[in-house]
Design a binder for this molecule. Sequence first.
Ligand code: GDP
Ligand code: IMO
Ligand code: MG
Length: 434
Amino acid sequence: MPIIVVVGGQWGDEGKGRIVDLLARKAKVVARYSAGNNAGHTIVNDRGEFKLHVVPAGIFYPEKTCVIGNGVAVDPEVLLGEIENLEAKGVSTSKLVLSDRAQVIMPWHKRIDQLDEAMRGEAAIGTTGKGVGPCFVDKVARRGIRIADLLRAEDLRPRVESTLAYQNKVITGVYGGEPIAFEDCFQAYLEFGRRLHQYVGDVQAIVLDAHHRGEYVLLEGAQGSLLDLDHGTYPYVTSSVPSSSSAGAALGVGIGPTDIQRVVGVFKSYSTRVGNGPFPTELFDDVANTLRDHGKEYGRGEYGTTTGRPRRIGWLDAVSARYSVRFNGLAAVALTRLDVLDQMPTIKICTHYELDGEIIETLPARESVLNAVKPIYEELPGWLAPTTEVRNFDDLPPQAQAFIKRVEQLLGCPVDLISVGPSREQAIIVNPIF
Ligand code: GDP
Ligand code: IMO
Ligand code: MG
């Protein structure tokens, strides 16, 4: 039966959590497969507003199994805090399963993330500072500590001893930072292991069993395709391998690529980016402020879910979006935050870039070129009418319908789902995704 992947199509924060929460209705298993608590996925429901960083967005359905795959970098303190917060608000985590193969974010990862950004100075990536990048570096360097290691003192002790000895040399020698004390770190992580033990299990088996029983499985991506280590705006990207392209989904829960039936890309009706790096359609005028502060009075403006940083804002960039549709092999687009455009008298879409008289129709690899390109816009009339209560495509204002049709054309992919607000029911299902 179908395994469906939901990926971010832009630079993250497209509304993946909100879309997964909606699609999870039909799924038996919902899995996070990549990244770590650099992600922040917002879900608004009758219990309030939740910002999930590691726990999958399916957790609000008590009967679903929610799994954290081997591809995720887990900060045990953050995960335990999230579990506590959910339980305190009456959300059961009894069906949450954590892969014993997932990498653990250790104190040195967080320290190095921050020291490294400081050392880069002007060229800083603008990371979330959660230690996710350095954790994946240790994974690839085969120095990482996995959830399985936290469960027994005799496994954990030698691993922390050897990796910490190495990392303290890096912290003090390369960065001039303060070393980390072994015993406190070892004891704290042993305790985290003791508390997480009840959640640890074989995620691959859970996903494949559900798949073979004919049940739906939903794989929840984090971040966005343009932050992908391989295909994104390198070096201003995140560190998972590859974090957001759909092949990473198979890797991150331990299934084959042919087990995946469809990949759904979530795109905002405009663009945002947090952190540094090229952003061809970025705006610095009142339009940016208007879009950023829409819903700010309810704490719902464009400010980072994980770090609170103001998000950079721009018009929809069909060049990078089309590129993302292609390399993810997207079968469907979920278009979010359409309602944020309700207030705009005119709406722009970047159809291509220009540089020195040359037309550019796909994302250039060279950073200097991407920084220099001129976005060329098509202007569409706005609809200046509320869409938040609309539930059928035909009931949208004609200008909104025309905007969506143009997005479909430019991206080369059908818009099967439209989101007109943060709550589960504020959606227009054009074609069922499951
Ligand atoms: P994610 O990281 O992709 O899950 O996205 P975030 O949660 O970081 O950011 C998306 C923000 O947009 C959250 O505040 C959501 O509640 C909100 N949101 C999602 N879809 C819609 C929508 O259609 N309209 C509005 N107004 N807000 C939305
Ligand atoms: P969700 O899942 C938006 C960005 C950071 C920075 C770059 C590298 O909520 O969409 P990192 O801490 O990963 O080393 O930072 O990646 N970034 C995100 N931006 N949404 C996210 O996740 C992000 N996760 C990482 O801002 O530019
Ligand atoms: Mg987010």
